[in-house]
Design a protein around this ligand. Sequence first.
Ligand code: PGA
Length: 239
Amino acid sequence: MEVKIINDYQELSRIVGYEIVHLVRLKPDAVICLPSGHTPLGLFDELADQHNRKLADFSRCIFIGLDEWLGMDEHDQGSCKYLMYTLLFDRLGLKREQIHFFDAKTTDPGQECKRIDRIIALLGGIDIMVLGIGMNGHLGLNEPGTDPGLYAHVTELDTVTKQIGQKYFTESIPLTQGITLGIRHIMESRKVILMASGVKKAAIVKQLLEGNIGNMLPASLVREHPDAVLYLDKEAAGN
Ligand code: PGA
C-alpha cells in the first residue's frame, strides 16, 4: 500500500476526486463504491463540481452502496442511503438503475447480502473502492474481529461505532447491527483508496501503518492489497 500525505483536506478531496474521474474517463462504465461518513464530503463536492462543469460523465457508471444501519432506509435521515443520495447520487443526476444499495429494511438480511454479492459478481467486481477509516479501524461496518473471508454480511456493531454513529442523527438512536460489504469485496476490488483527515484520525492511522496486519484492525488488511493508496492530510499523518 502506498501512503500519500497531502497538505490539507481540500487538496486531499480534490486528488481522490481526480483519481475517480481519471478512472471514469478510461472506463466509462466503471463500478464504483464510495463510503458515507464525514471524510468523503469534500470528495462528493469535488465529483459534483466535475459533473456540473461537464468534465466528468458518470452516466454509465454503476455505484454500489458500502453499508447501512440495519433496519433503516433512505427515509431515515442519517442513514447511509439518505446521505449518499442527498450528498452525491442526486447531485450527479444518477438513474436508479445505476445504484445498487442494501435494502437494510428487509426481513431477510441474509438473502439481501446474497443479492448484493450476486450483483457485484455479475458486474465483474468493483473497479474502485474508496473507504474512510473508523476511529476503531473499521472499514464500512467491518468491525474489529471481522472475518476477512466474508463477502456481504450482517455485523454486530462495536461500542465505538454505536457511539460515533450518533453523529449522523439529530436525536439519540439505538444502533446495534449493520449490513456491509465484506473485507473480501474490498480485497478483490481492483483499486482501493483509503482516506483519513484530521488530528482525530492520527492515532488509528499510526496503528494501521505500524501495528500488525490483522482483522482486529480491519483497515490494516488493506496493506496487503496490490493496488491500494492511503491518502492522509497532514493532521491525520501526525505532522
Ligand atoms: P468518518 O467515518 O468519515 O465520519 O470519520 C468513517 C467511518 O466510520 O468509516
